[in-house]
Design a protein around this ligand. Sequence first.
Ligand code: MN
Length: 230
Amino acid sequence: MFVFAPPAQTVIPVWGREKELFPVRRIFCVARNYADHAKELGEKNQAPTFFCKPTDAAFYISEKELGEVPYPSATQQLDYEVELAICIGKGGSDIAVQDARSHVWGWAVAIDFTRRDLHNQAKAAKGPWDSAKAFDFSAPIGSVRPVDKTIDPSETDLWLYVNNERRQHGNSRDMIYNCDELISEISKLWTLQPGDIILSGTPSGVGPVKPGDVIEAGVNGVGTIKFKMV
Ligand code: MN
């Protein structure tokens, strides 16, 4: 018996079939996966850098209503990063690039929220990124769009608006490591499992938000989310 109630399974509804739920296992993220974003951070391209967020950082935002996301503690600079999320349905290790797509169950739009002030301090100290990246509610995410219900998002636009002003606009074709390569690389380091989610990086234009701001983000053909910071 459990000594206290175990945590509820984090789930994300499936697009168009809201009674069907995608159970989240782990959240992998890649840093600097678009050259223009690496440049704005003043960093050079290199081998992919992966980090993780806890499962329950994934916070579902329905595309049917304005969501609310709590502004986190302990930061003066909370940056948005719009990203294409790869939702894994079939696990594996050492997955070949040409086989990677068969492991994808669906796609979603997500935000990789970052306490940029803590992120800059961590990078300067060569310390871990957890407090900058892996905090509560740090990954708002829309419904999971099954692979057979959408386009191949390898060459699609992703965008983000703050208070109706466009801040980010990029295209997934400009990823340094594309989705198939990310799946392959991550599977060399971890055995991927069904329910794992990979946030595939953000294009340029990242910047801060404050309580009261309304954020709208999307990946064309995959989904949109809209929420207010509270
Ligand atoms: Mn990111």
